[in-house]
Ligand binder design. Sequence first.
Ligand SMILES: Cc1cc2nc3c(=O)[nH]c(=O)nc-3n(C[C@H](O)[C@H](O)[C@H](O)COP(=O)(O)OP(=O)(O)OC[C@H]3O[C@@H](n4cnc5c(N)ncnc54)[C@H](O)[C@@H]3O)c2cc1C
Length: 223
Amino acid sequence: MILIARTDPDAPKHKGISYFLVDMKTPGISTRPLIDMMNNHGFNEVFFENARVPRDCLLGEENRGWYMATTTLDFERSSIGGAVGARKMLEELVAYTRNTRLNGHRLADEVRVRTRLADAGVEAELGRLLSYRVATLQARGQVPNYEASIAKLFNTDMQLRMAKSGMEIMGLYGQLDHRSRWVPLRGRFERQYLWQTGLAVGGGTTEIQKNIIAMRGLGLPRG
Ligand SMILES: Cc1cc2nc3c(=O)[nH]c(=O)nc-3n(C[C@H](O)[C@H](O)[C@H](O)COP(=O)(O)OP(=O)(O)OC[C@H]3O[C@@H](n4cnc5c(N)ncnc54)[C@H](O)[C@@H]3O)c2cc1C
């Protein structure tokens, strides 16, 4: 696991922190499962009790860990895979509305459904372009910074809106558990809705992304 620890208590806030790669089997490290609202165990609380980390676990330069951690986050949070997932969800939703009949007509023929699908289509395309921007920077050997925050913020919100649109188009069936035989599209939209809510926090909350965009993207002063 990645461990960021203070190694110089007298140094200023962002200095004196180091970046370690630690074996989870190290004595003194224990975990307790965190069960999320999808009833999944994807994350743990991690506890350190008198754990001693060998010097050779240090990654990079001692006391420069903060800068390495923020660079790691710049890569992690770009979330560009979300744009691909959104495209796939949109295609499945469009097919579902074409194949599902309600009150004698196809769902795809209802104006309210068409409008929502059109909005979702525009947003999925925007998410794709923002993700290309991040990928282009990386391909040039540059580190995406506020650009990654823009993509993360937009793609997270966009997928949440898409999941919500899907569930509303499906009506009450859309809210059924993914194990129900009556839930459309294997319950993917309900699952995605619950998952995306957490993603607005993971990798840095929405507020943190907005602060980065404001300060590093727009050059605004620290709030
Ligand atoms: C699905 C998921 C996956 C995760 N995966 C990982 C993982 O793999 N590895 C890992 O280490 N962690 C992971 N996390 C933890 C995640 O990174 C933190 O929960 C997240 O960064 C928020 O930190 P916090 O919980 O300490 O909240 P806090 O920082 O205490 O924030 C609490 C609230 O205050 C707001 N806030 C805080 N600071 C500011 C500010 N300066 N300006 C404005 N508002 C502010 C936040 O937006 C939030 O609403 C995950 C979390 C989730 C939900």
